[in-house]
Design a protein around this ligand. Structure first.
Ligand SMILES: [Zn+2]
Length: 81
């Protein structure tokens, strides 16, 4: 009988402490807003998106080809995806 009570206590404690912790983890993961794109930052230099991988790169460092911008020469050669 004592063992049963002990198990009940263990399960109760697990429910009390583990479930809210799990809930917080889930809530923080879903409630976190996506980071704004670098282009939205005031004062930031103009960025363009790599047509191959979607990476934002400063326009001064981007490579253009075929009417699109790319983050690297290998992606420019690979072409838009
Ligand atoms: Zn790329």
């Amino acid at each position: 009988m004592m063992r049963l009570l002990l198990w009940g206590l263990v399960i109760w404690l697990a429910m009390k402490y583990l479930l809210p912790a799990l809930g917080r983890l889930g809530a923080s993961a879903s409630a976190t807003p996506p980071p704004p794109p670098p282009a939205a930052d005031p004062g930031a230099q103009e960025t363009v998106r790599c047509a191959h991988c979607g990476l934002f790169v400063p326009k001064t460092e981007a490579l253009s080809g075929g009417g699109a911008f790319f983050c690297s020469d290998s992606h420019r050669r690979a072409g838009p995806r």
